[in-house]
Design a protein. Structure first.
Length: 86
């Protein structure tokens, strides 16, 4: 039984992803892309947590928002790879 968003594997994994993004971009000089990628990564875990706390239909809505942030981050990772940043 899940008592808190901290019990959700998806939340744990999104936090791990965020830490990894920060680590990968520590030396990145493209501050715009770095900032955008970090914000998108943080947004995933944050929206899962906020949705959980609100509950009900809001949880589903915030999961959809988190999924959108994940798509945004995937796109940015693709671009960063093509540019040789990561």
């Amino acid at each position: 039984m899940f008592r808190s968003f901290e019990d959700l594997d998806v939340w744990k994994r999104s936090c791990q992803l965020t830490v990894r993004i920060y680590e990968l971009l520590r030396e990145c000089r493209d501050f715009g892309l770095r900032n955008q990628m970090q914000r998108a990564a943080v947004s995933i875990a944050s929206n899962i947590a906020e949705g959980w706390e609100r509950g009900g239909k809001d949880f589903v809505r915030f999961l959809v928002i988190a999924r959108g942030s994940a798509a945004e981050l995937r796109t940015q990772c693709y671009i960063a790879c093509k540019l040789g940043i990561i």
